[in-house]
Design a protein around this ligand. Structure first.
Ligand code: NAD
Length: 271
């Protein structure tokens, strides 16, 4: 993980959920590389979170780890309290934590459905609400950021691409689209920007089984016109820019970062 550096986010504090691994870790490192102090949230992987904190602090940044299950309201409230007790306030919240529990629709249990909705959708609602509460309580700091606060939801290409065998996951990401847009509409008068990043296939633990063998990797690449699997740092760099004043007029948008996965590559040869 070696993102570009700048002072674009200097003086700002960020919280990234599920940042003990994968995309969240890369986002945490990128925000820190651009000057933000970062709360590294994890649910179970304390060692992973400590590693991310060490990468940031070794590079001269500020970070600390907080355990919280984002699907539990009490955990989310306690996490925001720890963040604001330590940093004073937050300017950026990235609701990134997400899971897959895959099963064909015919076999999917209510528990499998509910678990994914609880973490991926309700978890984002809880973090988004607490972020907006903290931003409005703190008030404007125009010398630090033009916006009162910035919220980034980690969505997926599956907010628009249906995905057989993953109805709970695809539904959670479709839900994030309206969570993000409706919140953006409601919060824009407060000068709070809410946007989503929708990654395509990024090399992280969540999709390891889809990249297990060269044949599986080749099959995956047929879905990606740009012909490479994404790197978590791709998403980290985008998140750092989207959270900065350079993106101050962007709100209510999903930015797809997918190497062209949403371009219907199956139609490239006339279908
Ligand atoms: P990952 O498994 O490395 O990361 C998921 C993170 O969420 C982990 O750190 C995990 O500990 C955390 N988490 C899980 N349950 C949690 C809970 N209840 N509370 C707090 N944290 C919890 O996988 P990733 O690919 O980095 O996924 C990050 C996000 O990116 C997810 O929302 C995922 O849906 C999304 N995404 C990933 C890809 C991809 O190709 N990797 C594509 C599209 C979207």
């Amino acid at each position: 993980m070696s993102p570009t550096t700048s002072n674009r986010l200097t003086g700002q504090f960020a919280l990234v959920t599920g940042s003990s691994s994968g995309i969240g870790a890369a986002v945490a490192v990128a925000l820190a590389a651009h000057g933000a102090g970062v709360v590294v949230n994890y649910s179970r992987d304390a060692a992973g979170a400590d590693k991310v904190v060490k990468i940031i602090t070794d590079a001269g940044g500020q970070a600390f780890a907080v355990q919280a299950d984002v699907s539990q309201e009490a955990d989310v409230l306690a996490m925001f309290k720890q963040a604001t007790d330590r940093f004073g306030t937050l300017h950026i919240v990235v609701a990134n934590a997400g899971i897959q529990v895959d099963a064909p629709l015919l076999d999917m249990t209510l528990a499998q459905w509910q678990k994914v909705i609880d973490v991926n959708l309700t978890g984002q609602f809880l973090c988004l609400r607490e972020a907006a509460r903290e931003f409005t309580k703190r008030g404007p700091q125009p010398d630090i950021s033009k916006a009162l606060g910035k919220i980034i939801c980690m969505s997926s290409v599956h907010e628009v691409i249906p995905w057989a065998g993953h109805v709970n996951y695809a539904t959670s990401k479709g839900g994030i689209m309206q969570l993000m847009k409706t919140s953006a509409q409601e919060l824009a008068p407060h000068k709070i920007r809410v946007n989503s990043i929708a990654p395509g296939a990024i090399a992280t633990p969540i999709n390891l089984t889809a990249r297990d063998t060269p044949a599986e990797e080749k099959a995956l690449l047929t879905l990606i016109p740009y012909n490479r699997v994404g790197d978590p740092a791709d998403i980290g760099n985008l998140a750092a820019w989207l959270a900065s004043d350079e993106a101050d007029y962007i709100t209510g948008q999903t930015i797809f970062m997918d190497g062209g996965m949403t371009l219907y590559p199956g139609f490239a040869d006339n279908g």
